[in-house]
Ligand binder design. Structure first.
Ligand code: PXP
Length: 241
């Protein structure tokens, strides 16, 4: 089954914001990323707009011909309003705190079941597919299945860390277990965070039914050396069957 590569362009917005002005232009980057083979574009707007701005999200919507995925914290009403206005193909709900540098944990889907159910139905009624970010724990996936979500996104930071220290064989087991649980429950499966050119192939080989990965930091870093088009093509190659 083909796994889609959604390119997270937040880092390009961080670079742009560091100087003011519009270089790099994130809208152009999204258009180019799609031309270079990206199967989707991901953004993670935060209320402080320190990387992707709400106005970027509105402008991106007009040029995305693949799949638009907006990640973020649904406890921020401004985020919910933005997603409902822009109507991306997918919203990924992440339990962020204000000012958090990057996502660092998944939802406790048991504790927050009723909240998630309520939020998910709001987005689904608007015709938006919903994915929720979870740790690689079969219990959290089971809990997710009771919220009405369409997909889960497995948080891959611990996979990436263990892979780098040579423990890929042991760490992949819990990801495969969680991924199997998602399949049994009829949930689609996404993954993301710290995936890179080294660790992506092994992840896909072990979980071939993966629907989508969203990758930002490592891909943009690789693009500095390899160029944006080559980097996207190389990531796609890791996902090839
Ligand atoms: N998925 C989620 C929910 C995220 O918050 C992020 C980071 O914004 C990613 C995936 C992508 O992580 P990375 O930038 O490490 O590829």
């Amino acid at each position: 089954m083909p796994t889609k590569l959604s390119v997270n362009i937040n880092k390009l917005a961080t670079l742009r914001n560091s100087r003011g002005g519009n270089n790099p232009d994130v809208v152009k980057a999204a258009v180019d990323a799609q031309r270079f083979g990206a199967d989707g574009i991901t953004v993670h707007p935060r209320p402080d707009e320190r990387h992707i701005r709400y106005s970027d999200v509105r402008a991106l919507k007009k040029v995305i011909t693949t799949e638009f995925n907006i990640e973020g914290n649904s406890r921020e009403q401004s985020f919910v309003d933005l997603v409902l206005e822009v109507k991306p193909h997918q919203v990924t709900l992440v339990p962020d705190e204000l000012g958090q540098i990057t996502s660092d944990h998944g939802w406790d889907t048991i504790r927050h079941k009723s909240y998630l159910k309520e939020m998910i139905s709001v987005f689904k009624q608007a015709g938006i597919r919903v994915s929720i970010f979870v740790d690689p724990d079969p219990k959290m996936v089971e809990g997710a299945a009771l919220t009405g979500t369409d997909r889960v996104e497995l948080y891959t930071e611990s996979y990436a860390r263990q892979y780098a220290t040579g423990n890929r064989g042991s760490v992949i087991v819990k990801y495969v277990d969680a991924a199997k649980k998602a399949k049994e429950a009829g949930l689609g499966l996404n993954a993301g965070h710290d995936l890179d050119l080294h660790n992506l192939k092994y992840f896909k080989q072990n979980i071939p039914w993966l629907d989508e990965v969203s990758i930002g930091h490592a891909l943009i870093c690789d693009a500095i050396y390899l160029g944006f088009e080559n980097a996207i093509q190389l990531y796609k190659r890791q996902l090839a069957e």
